[in-house]
Design a protein around this ligand. Structure first.
Ligand code: ADP
Ligand code: MG
Length: 264
């Protein structure tokens, strides 16, 4: 991106990484700054299909380290979204393991309880979909703040902290000046950048994005891609990016290709 317009440029550096609250209590825990964030091991997922079943994810194994990006490519119907949904705890695989490294140690997302999965989606796993799914009546800041209020009644201190983080993240995605604007008035690219900021509110170790630029024009799409790849490196987040665009995939650190649910 060569545009110098302030709304198109995420801040180059940010204090957010240091605000991550690592709760290392023993020296035997892995150093999460350099270790694997996600390890999918022999994951199988099938869906009912008439009298038989369709295999959406066919014994897939992969790893993503913190600070690294993995592109998941393949034709339509090859299982990309299904694989991402498994990593997101939104779909439970039939067999296999989905190890997520958290500050409390490794958790197998394939067997985690629903309440714990919801907690992990708040604190450890950020998700960005093709459509930004924002509430048009909220301001950009409220949109981010509302993430933190889910299921809780926050104290005044916590409200203030949440507001500060929301404003920091809006700066990171280049939309600090839009904090008080309702998201309904923003462009598709700006909305998607807010969706990225919202996914980062919990300081996740894993960021999952399913075709996040496919509804955008190429310039807005490139800005969102810059943001996702920059975020992974800068905030030490592992990024799984589903895309059918070879140019986008080529920008990631590594790539897997699915055909009929299997890695080829
Ligand atoms: P992609 O994202 O690569 O287009 P999907 O993961 O959406 O692929 O789909 C993979 C396969 O699983 C397809 O055959 C699709 O029809 C099937 N599938 C996905 N989700 C469901 C579902 N909820 N119920 C039944 N079949 C599904
Ligand atoms: Mg899909």
């Amino acid at each position: 991106m060569s545009s110098a317009a302030p709304l198109d440029r995420p801040a180059p550096t940010s204090p957010l990484y240091t605000s991550r609250n690592h709760t290392m209590t023993t020296s035997t825990l892995p150093d999460t700054r350099t270790s694997t964030a996600l390890h999918m091991d022999d994951v199988l997922l099938t869906f009912p299909d008439g009298d038989s079943r369709v295999t959406a994810v066919d014994h897939v194994s992969l790893r993503i380290d913190r600070g690294h990006s993995l592109a998941v490519t393949g034709p339509s119907g090859s299982g990309k979204s299904s694989l991402l949904a498994v990593a997101a705890t939104l779909t439970r695989p039939e067999s296999g393991h989905v190890w997520l490294t958290t500050p409390d140690g490794e958790v197998d997302l394939a067997t985690v309880s629903r309440p714990r999965a919801a907690e992990l989606r708040r604190a450890e796993i950020g998700i960005v979909f093709q459509q930004s799914n924002l509430l048009d009546s909220l301001t950009a800041r409220e949109q981010l703040e509302s993430m933190a209020w889910l299921g809780s009644r926050p104290s005044r201190t916590r409200r203030r902290e949440t507001r500060r983080r929301a404003d920091e993240l809006l700066d990171v995605v280049g939309l600090g000046s839009a904090a008080d604007r309702s998201v309904g008035a923003l462009s598709g690219g700006q909305r998607q950048r807010i969706a990225v900021a919202r996914a980062l509110m919990g300081s996740p170790s894993l960021l999952l994005a399913d075709e996040p630029t496919s509804a955008l024009d190429s310039e807005a799409g490139a800005a969102v891609m810059d943001l996702l790849l920059g975020t992974a490196a800068e905030f030490d987040v592992a990024l799984m990016l589903v895309t059918h665009d070879p140019a986008v995939a080529a920008r990631c650190d590594s790539m897997v290709r699915l055909v009929d649910g299997a890695m080829v």
